[in-house]
Design a protein. Structure first.
Length: 286
């Protein structure tokens, strides 16, 4: 299955684009994957969802499946569907990149499972993560969101989302493409591990590139974009392929990355190659 997700509305009939079609139209994001998530969210609403304060890595969890493949929560079809159809697949959509930055920010200190089960509500209250709309949110919107029990009611994180929307608009004006800006931090293939294992994932929560990306965003006013958070984003959006070597998704994702046309941005913004290695970040950096 072609794992490429594009913003082009012409791709809405493709098998994978159904989960990203709202990119070009904020009113059309309730696609097949969204419907699946909504149904499963209702089923799991009555079940407790652990809010782990361990690593912010999305796929690493305390309660996981057997020793084969990526470590996933047991008996969680929402997470399994996300792992199989989204995690690691390359995308070039500015709106999806913005959404991911926001959700990763809300995840800080919690588990990705918690955020994933609440993603339909996040998408609803943040207008499908339409950057222009979120950038116009006011204190009244902040107060409204603080009363919505379906999301993470953290005033600092809500304000960060609004701030980051404003920064995202500025970044588009500066470089032309948010996705292109993030993709310039893709590490050289020669620097990637020959074999990705669970042990390797556990001890490598950041990278030189995620640290450089974090620094570049912070200089531009973004918040909740620490090196660990940015590495999780790079994993999720296909900038790196961290499906473990014996995961059934690794080869399809790798093939998708080989054929994926990287989005471009203004060459003047190409700063990642000048980044200097820094000390490894703490697990719950923001």
């Amino acid at each position: 299955m072609d794992a490429l997700i594009r913003c082009n509305p012409e791709n809405t009939d493709s098998e994978i684009a159904v989960r990203a079609r709202y990119c070009g139209n904020a009113t059309a994001f309730f696609n097949l994957s969204q419907l699946f998530m909504n149904v499963a969210h209702i089923i799991y609403a009555v079940l407790p969802i652990a809010e782990s304060t361990s690593s912010t890595r999305e796929i690493w969890t305390e309660t996981m499946t057997d020793s084969v493949g990526c470590p996933l929560p047991v008996n969680d079809p929402v997470f399994q569907h996300y792992h199989d159809t989204e995690w690691g697949h390359p995308i070039d959509c500015d709106q999806l990149f913005f959404e991911k930055v926001c959700l990763e920010g809300f995840q800080s200190g919690l588990s990705w499972r918690t955020i994933l089960h609440r993603r339909p509500a996040f998408r609803e209250v943040f207008k499908g993560f339409d950057i222009s709309l979120v950038a116009q949110f006011t204190d009244t919107d902040v107060d409204r969101l603080m009363q919505d029990a379906r999301i993470i009611r953290n005033r600092r994180k809500i304000r960060s989302t609004i701030n980051n929307a404003q920064c995202a608009l500025a970044l588009q004006d500066e470089v032309g493409s948010i996705a292109g800006f993030f993709w310039q931090f893709e590490p050289p293939a020669a620097q990637r591990p020959a074999c990705v294992t669970r042990d390797w994932l556990e001890v490598n929560p950041t990278s030189i590139e995620s640290t450089a990306l974090s620094q570049a965003l912070k200089r531009r006013g973004w918040s909740f974009v620490g090196p660990t958070t940015m590495y999780a984003l790079m994993q999720a959006l296909g900038i790196v392929n961290d499906h473990v070597s014996d995961c059934h998704c690794r080869q399809p994702v790798e093939q998708a990355r080989k054929t994926f046309k990287r989005p471009l941005c203004d060459p003047q913004s190409l700063e990642c190659q000048h980044a200097e290695p820094t000390a490894q970040a703490t697990i719950l950096d923001v």
